[in-house]
Design a protein around this ligand. Structure first.
Ligand SMILES: Nc1ncnc2c1ncn2[C@@H]1O[C@H](COP(=O)(O)OP(=O)(O)OP(=O)(O)O)[C@@H](O)[C@H]1O
Ligand SMILES: N[C@@H](CCO)C(=O)O
Length: 311
């Protein structure tokens, strides 16, 4: 019987407002729906990549520009031989959504290749390759979508002494309402508009917010954690790309949200609450007011503890 591997790689929200490029979490809808890309690998005489799924038509026309093809190429380079396989990308994630769409494809492809070829690479070697591939797309290496998508949970990026990322505690009782408005924001462009330098008081405040949030996670103080979810690095510059961002934040706060912010580089936003009824009310409000077209969607999510997995 010929071998076949299918891997699911979940959506993720990078930054979580307070940790620009250094915090991220994998997410799963509580409905049980899969929010992520799938990659299938089967044996073949010659390399072949096919795309399917709701957002396949949005992928680059040239197959060599598909990041999945580049993952295969990079994997073969590392193995020092060409290994023909048939890969299928199920592109379920909208591109430029702030939900780690390219990370889903990169992580899915490299985990599937590693599984298919009986795990020639360890976790760190794969993470380095994933970071490199993600960096080709967004213009700089950042692991805050890659690491949670691969490893699950909420990840703090360390990138020192051989440690790329470690998971930190989160709040099991929190619901994360995610709303993708259906419009595209390019990560590379959303990075290019950020200032090259920040004022000293902004750096101090940022250290206080991220330190306070991580401390609150470890000591399980949800009110403190929610109060620390403040973004003074990217949000002030990026919010112009999101539809009525300030008014949206105000409205969800009035509905009882604990906090809200931009997921990754946007335009998806996240809203946190510990109450399912409030989550449902927020979701209805966002559906009615934040979505801009038929491609937009909302999901009530929890943090996905598992990350990428063979299904
Ligand atoms: N398999 C793939 N999945 C997603 N994007 C891909 C893929 N292959 C190539 N690309 C290209 O990579 C770029 C991805 O853009 P960008 O980084 O803004 O999206 P993203 O990963 O969805 O962002 P975000 O992390 O905010 O969700 C696009 O130009 C897209 O055409
Ligand atoms: N940390 C990255 C995530 C991109 O999805 C950014 O905000 O640019």
């Amino acid at each position: 019987m010929s071998k076949k591997i299918k891997v699911y790689a979940p959506a993720s929200m990078a930054n979580i407002s307070v940790g620009f490029d250094i915090l991220g979490a994998a997410i799963s809808p509580i409905s049980g729906k899969m929010l992520g890309d799938c990659i299938t690998i089967e044996s073949a005489e010659k390399f072949h990549l096919s795309n399917k799924g709701a957002f396949a038509k949005k992928l680059p026309k040239d197959p060599k520009l598909n990041i999945v093809y580049q993952c295969w190429q990079r994997f073969c380079q590392e193995m020092d031989k060409e290994m023909p396989v048939a890969m299928t990308l199920e592109k379920n994630m909208p591109i430029g959504s702030g939900l780690g769409s390219s990370a889903c494809s990169v992580v899915g492809a490299l985990v599937a290749l590693n599984e298919y070829f009986d795990k020639p690479f360890n976790e760190n070697q794969l993470l380095y390759m994933m970071g490199e591939l993600e960096g080709r797309i967004s213009g700089s290496v950042h692991y805050d979508n890659i690491a949670p998508c691969y490893l699950g949970g909420m990840q703090l990026i360390i990138d020192e002494v051989g440690i790329i990322s470690q998971s930190i505690p989160h709040f099991d009782q929190w619901y994360w309402v995610m709303a993708y408005p259906g419009i595209k924001v390019s990560t590379a462009e959303a990075r290019a508009i950020l200032p090259a330098q920040y004022k000293k008081q902004d750096c101090v405040a940022h250290g206080r917010y991220v330190g306070g949030f991580v401390h609150a996670c470890y000591t399980q103080q949800p009110q403190l954690a929610a109060a620390m979810l403040y973004d003074n690095i990217a949000e002030p510059y990026r919010k112009k790309f999101l539809p009525n961002f300030d008014a949206t934040q105000q409205s969800v706060k009035q509905l009882g949200a604990l906090a809200s912010g931009i997921s990754g580089s946007g335009p998806t936003i996240y809203v946190v609450t510990d109450d399912l009824v409030i989550a449902q009310q927020v979701e209805l409000w966002l559906k009615a007011h934040y979505l801009q077209n038929d491609e937009g969607f909302t999901h009530i999510c929890k943090i996905d503890p598992q990350g990428a997995r063979v299904i």
